[in-house]
Design a protein around this ligand. Structure first.
Ligand code: NCD
Length: 307
């Protein structure tokens, strides 16, 4: 598949071939990320990095990737410092910025906002998270991490735990990993289970899955993917207070989990993985965050036709 000029909006858009190609280029980037010849690969490119929701990993790993490839970022990380604060629409902002840069990386809070922008401009748009919608680049770095930590993507039992309703990395992961015949354990309190839409898609594709609210059942998987309960998405703060702290993974759980279980988390964590779990060798969440740089280097190189 030719990625040149393509938007990255939703994991629904990736074919298995797309994903395998991205994984290959990501592995190449990991090898050469500090090499001199790579540091000028995109030296003629400017990339707008517009983040209207909080971010540490996604924004900084994009900026790191942009710098490592010799491109330059134009960053707006605070909506109050842009004309959004004056009431400018997302689309007007994007149609303006389109004249200044060669690609837009965008995080904002409205589901579908990135798609709207992609339709309004001619340069490539990368969705860095649209509210409780999608986070496609996160799911790609998740797959890359699983491939590295487990050795394969095929036929794995993967438990996804926590906030499956609002955590956008979950939505993207479900679509991206489903090309590799997984069996899912969806572990969440009833109020935070997976949407009917994604569940219907799993059924249509004959993906094996079951739902539970018992974390013990999730411990028998090959990969345990923990998520944060997304406080900022709750309309009723008392509902968040009721659900926070539902699951806390500790070292004691790992001792009775499937041997070799890989622990992932898109991060940031609040309290859902206790710090003692960091000592377990297969806790891969910091490595996962680091892989974001290689993955985002790969995507930028592909989008600009220079991979
Ligand atoms: C996630 C996000 O912003 O969706 N973080 C990230 O990009 N690594 C997950 C979260 O905030 O819980």
């Amino acid at each position: 598949m030719n990625f040149e000029g393509r938007d990255i909006i939703s994991a629904v858009d990736f074919s298995k071939e797309d994903i395998l190609q991205i994984m290959q280029v990501t592995a190449d980037m990991e090898k050469v990320c500090r090499a001199v010849h790579v540091s000028s690969l995109l030296s003629d490119k400017l990339v707008a990095v517009i983040f209207w929701e909080p971010s540490t990993r996604t924004r900084l790993s994009f900026e790191s990737a942009i710098h490592r490839l010799g491109a330059k970022p134009l960053t707006v990380a605070d909506p109050k410092s842009s004309s959004a604060a004056k009431g400018e629409t997302l689309v007007d902002m994007a149609k303006t910025v389109e004249g200044y840069v060669d690609c837009i990386v965008l995080r904002q809070s409205r589901i579908g906002g990135a798609k709207e922008v992609a339709e309004a401009v001619d340069i490539p748009v990368i969705n860095g998270g649209d509210g409780a919608g999608q986070h496609p680049t996160q799911s790609l770095l998740d797959l890359y991490t699983i491939q590295k930590e487990v050795g394969t993507l095929e036929g794995l039992k993967v438990a996804i735990v926590g906030d499956l309703k609002y955590a956008r990395p979950v939505h993207s992961l479900c679509y991206a990993l489903s090309h590799f015949s997984p069996e899912y354990v969806f572990c969440a309190p009833d109020a935070l289970q997976l949407s009917e839409e994604i569940e219907a898609d799993m059924k249509k594709r004959s993906i094996k899955f079951y739902k539970t609210d018992r974390m013990d059942e999730a411990l028998q998987a090959d990969v345990f993917y923990m998520t944060r309960i997304q406080r900022e998405r709750f309309e009723d703060p008392s509902e968040y207070d009721r659900l926070k702290g539902t699951y806390v993974l500790s070292l004691e759980h790992i001792n009775r989990a499937k041997k070799g279980i890989v622990i992932l988390h898109p991060m940031p964590r609040v309290d859902e993985i206790s710090v003692d779990v960091d000592t377990y060798p297969k806790s891969a969440y910091f490595r996962q965050a680091h892989n974001g740089v290689f993955l985002r280097m790969a995507l930028l190189a592909l989008i600009f036709g220079r991979a």
